[in-house]
Design a protein around this ligand. Structure first.
Ligand code: NAP
Length: 243
């Protein structure tokens, strides 16, 4: 079989970087996209892949990225994250705008731009990293949970719109994963970020990447619709067992 190409957005850190590694090890030709090229390049070199600058919030950046990808079998919509943890009464519109632009419109732009190539590949696969926040709500989380709900709805709509096309659709739904996610959410406040993971074993980026690679390496007729994975000590977005 000829080499399959996988595009991974937000591949400069965390789940995206681990996914690029896992897919390269599974035999994919990987194309890594993110804004921090200085992190992407060495990883792409190590994996024999390609690093391309990508800002999913910028239509021109997405267009020039996609132009440089001649074919695509797998798209991993991973770029995203959270900003802030304010109650609705204190909601920060800038935080909301960032979360909606990156998680929701970013996924829309990348998916829309690569769909023709995914379908033309004869065995395309859209894998979107949403979150348990896409399926429940928690106090202070409305900006993030609403964006992740929207991202999940957008992603799941593809399953019925493309029924009959050679396209698989998989939603990856992680609970708590220890990455820079909380550091970014709390604007670089390392102490506050560390508290999120205190007293329990969170998932690692590699745990999630392994599941993504598993979904991407099933035979073409097998569609894993939705995969939820959480640390054992996490029940949902607001209940944990901490030592
Ligand atoms: P992370 O370590 O903060 O990584 C976020 C990645 O997204 C970075 O590579 C960043 O790259 C990229 N990104 C951000 N804005 C971007 C933009 N405008 N254009 C292109 N890339 C952009 O966080 P992570 O935990 O790996 O998060 C990855 C995904 O998993 C997110 O969608 C997140 O919502 C989801 N998730 C995370 C958790 C968790 O607990 N960590 C749980 C469930 C779901 P650059 O800054 O270089 O552009």
């Amino acid at each position: 079989m000829s080499t399959r190409t996988a595009v991974i957005t937000g591949a400069s850190a965390g789940i995206g970087a681990a996914t690029a590694k896992a897919l390269a090890h599974a035999g994919f030709q990987v194309v890594l996209g993110a804004r921090r090229l200085e992190l992407l390049k060495p990883l792409a070199d190590e994996l024999g892949g390609t690093a391309l600058p990508l800002d999913v919030t910028d239509a021109d950046s997405v267009a020039s990225f996609v132009e440089q990808v001649p074919e695509c079998h797998v798209l991993v919509n991973n770029a995203g994250g959270a900003r802030g943890l304010e109650r609705v009464e204190d909601a920060d519109e800038e935080h909301w705008r960032w979360m909606w632009e990156t998680n929701v419109l970013g996924t829309l732009r990348m998916t829309k731009a690569l769909l023709p190539k995914l379908v033309a590949s004869g065995d395309g696969h859209v894998i979107t990293v949403t979150s348990i926040a896409g399926h429940e709500v928690y106090d202070g989380g409305s900006g993030y949970t609403s964006a992740k709900h929207a991202q999940s709805a957008l992603h799941r709509t593809l399953r019925s719109e493309h029924l009959g096309d050679p396209l698989r659709i998989t939603e990856i739904v992680p609970g708590m994963v220890e990455t820079d996610f909380s550091l970014n959410r709390f604007d670089g406040d390392a102490e506050r970020a560390a508290k999120v993971y205190q007293g329990l074993d969170p998932l690692t980026a590699e745990d999630v990447a392994e599941v993504i690679a598993f979904a991407a390496t099933r035979p073409p007729h097998v569609n894993l619709d939705q995969i939820v994975l959480k640390p054992r000590a996490q029940l949902n977005g607001s209940r944990f067992h901490r030592q």
